[in-house]
Design a protein around this ligand. Sequence first.
Ligand SMILES: [Zn+2]
Length: 67
Amino acid sequence: MPQCAVCARDVSEDIDQPVGVTVAGSPELDPSRGTKRYWEGVWRYFCGLVCRSKFDSTPYEYMETAP
Ligand SMILES: [Zn+2]
């Protein structure tokens, strides 16, 4: 199970699975379940948008927690 790159909390691996469909017909993801980003050759997982924002602003602070 991947861990949040910022706070090391476990992140579900099925975060890409849509939780529903928007009125426009596109798949709807729930970012509160976690999110991920491909960064420097590795997928970084985040437990939520707060941690992803922290990583976005200072990514090198969190490099040592990379898998
Ligand atoms: Zn986190």
